[in-house]
Ligand binder design. Structure first.
Ligand code: HEC
Length: 239
């Protein structure tokens, strides 16, 4: 009983915290589910958005080009991409914007995005929601802030805690990047692709782990069956 109360005490604040704040819509992700995959073309489009837009402010300091081999990139592709950014394949993706400068300009230091899709409640859905959460809906604005006034230096965002975010809309219009595979670079498309890229960055081993999980379950099923048959054989003559 004491254990139960303790557990409840631990879980309750979490439940409350998760219940607060903006609602985060669920999205369809190719990496979800047992048969989930990281689609190489999507990861590459997301890479384009990340390196051409997000990296102006954010780093992914645990991620390097070499890691792209786990998304199916060949060594030649990896070398060419790194070279096009004047990086070695093992250099991490570090923004040119110094934290002190960011603090001065935006009043906040942009967080490192290496594991952002794992670090927030709502996971990948949260990142997508923030990227697409900028709104000029007057009613929503009036609902979020008395007198419809967003705090100075911040922008109205329906997904961000407190509805005010220091990040200017990074994807304000279509075609912020030119996709080399011809996919139209709409705002939802770019937000989706860069979120897949960030999910891959945070959990490159996700797919392997899922497949391993399937094998473990299969093994357990077979093992249980064998154990059952053995038991039956051993007890056969005992009545
Ligand atoms: C002009 C600079 C700038 C650019 C470009 C930019 N960001 Fe940001 N970003 C920020 C700042 C500053 C914050 C901190 C906001 C806050 O805490 O109020 C932030 C916060 C975020 C957050 C919320 C993190 C949290 O704490 O929950 C996410 C997610 C994010 N950025 C993703 C992106 C992605 C993806 C891109 C590229 C499409 C991008 N950002 C481009 C400056 C930028």
């Amino acid at each position: 009983m004491r254990m139960f109360v303790l557990l409840l005490g631990l879980l309750f604040p979490l439940a409350v915290a998760a219940g607060e704040g903006p609602a985060i819509a669920k999205q369809d992700w190719g990496f979800d589910g047992l048969h989930g995959q990281y689609d190489k073309a999507t990861v590459y489009r997301g890479y384009q958005v990340f390196t051409q837009v997000c990296m102006a402010c954010h780093s992914a300091k645990y991620v390097s080009h070499a890691d792209l081999d786990r998304a199916g990139f060949t060594p030649e592709e990896i070398a060419a991409l790194a070279k096009s950014m004047n990086l070695t394949t093992t250099d991490k993706l570090v923004s040119g914007l110094a934290p002190a400068d960011a603090q001065e300009v935006y009043g906040k230091v942009p967080p490192d995005l290496s594991v952002i899709t794992k670090a927030r409640a709502g996971l990948a859905d949260y990142t997508y929601a923030v990227l697409t959460g900028y709104s000029d809906d007057v009613e929503a604005l009036a609902h979020a802030f008395p007198n419809s006034e967003v705090p100075a230096g911040a922008y109205f965002n329906t997904a961000f805690a407190g509805y005010a975010i220091a990040m200017p809309n990074p994807l304000p219009n279509a075609d912020m990047v030119t996709y080399t595979d011809g996919t139209p670079a709409t705002v939802p498309q770019m937000a989706h692709d860069v979120t897949v890229f960030l999910q891959w960055a945070a959990e490159p081993e996700l797919i392997e782990r899922k497949h391993l999980g399937v094998y473990v379950l299969l093994f357990l099923a077979i093992f249980t069956l064998l154990a059952y048959l053995t038991k039956k054989a051993i007890w056969r003559d005992v009545h």
